[in-house]
Design a protein around this ligand. Structure first.
Ligand SMILES: Cc1cc2nc3c(=O)[nH]c(=O)nc-3n(C[C@H](O)[C@H](O)[C@H](O)COP(=O)(O)OP(=O)(O)OC[C@H]3O[C@@H](n4cnc5c(N)ncnc54)[C@H](O)[C@@H]3O)c2cc1C
Length: 173
């Protein structure tokens, strides 16, 4: 395997965004995945785009869904700024401009109905990419990383990580 400054194991959303952050850092960055490119992948969980690549791509754009920011020692506003950044990135690669979850009349009706049954209704803005678009959007994201010098090693399942000197040796098959 190549010698690089940073190896990211997994090209799901976490890996793609980590690689994106490192563009322009001057570091050699290698993005590794056991699966294949978005345009040719068939496996539902493995490959560039990760587990949601065959989903309908609904992004919940609120810190109220997905866990309590305080539980990871973060302020709600900080988490919201990351969510906005993720949203801007997906939109830049072709996610539809339109948001869902903003129909105040429908939301009020659902809130009332939920509260009648003692349920807290949590609403938030959503962006709906749609099943047929998710892999196209991920594919553009992936090519943006390649165009900006991110190195990739696909069909490479990392099975062992060992420490050597100041670095690590990754081995796969
Ligand atoms: C059917 C489905 C529908 C979903 N729909 C939505 C949705 O609409 N909206 C939403 O926000 N979330 C959705 N999710 C959840 C979302 O997909 C996950 O939260 C997200 O994919 C997690 O990203 P991740 O990068 O942490 O992990 P993953 O997406 O799981 O990515 C991990 C990557 O690492 C690779 N990998 C794993 N082990 C190794 C190894 N040893 N060596 C090399 N590579 C490895 C895998 O191939 C994979 O590509 C959905 C998930 C599923 C399964």
């Amino acid at each position: 395997m190549k010698k690089v400054d940073v190896a990211i194991i997994g090209a799901g959303p976490a890996g793609l965004f980590a690689a994106n952050e490192l563009i322009g850092s001057g570091l050699d960055v290698l993005l590794i995945d056991r699966g294949v490119e978005p345009s040719v992948r068939k496996h539902i969980c493995f490959g560039v785009g990760g587990a949601g690549a065959f989903s309908d791509g609904k992004l919940n754009l609120t810190s109220k869904i997905g866990g309590d920011p305080a539980s990871i020692g973060q302020d709600e506003a900080v988490i919201q700024s990351y969510i906005d950044q993720v949203d801007q990135t997906f939109t830049a690669f072709g996610a539809p401009e339109k948001y869902s979850g903003e129909d105040q009349q429908a939301l009020s009706a659902l809130k009332r109905e939920a509260s009648r049954h003692g349920i807290e209704f949590i609403s938030g803005r959503q962006r709906h990419m749609g099943t047929s678009h998710v892999r196209e959007i991920i594919d553009r994201f992936y090519h943006h990383l390649l165009d900006h010098g991110i190195l990739t090693s696909l069909e490479n399942r990392i099975e062992h990580i060992s420490h050597k000197g100041n670095g690590f040796i990754l081995s796969g098959k």
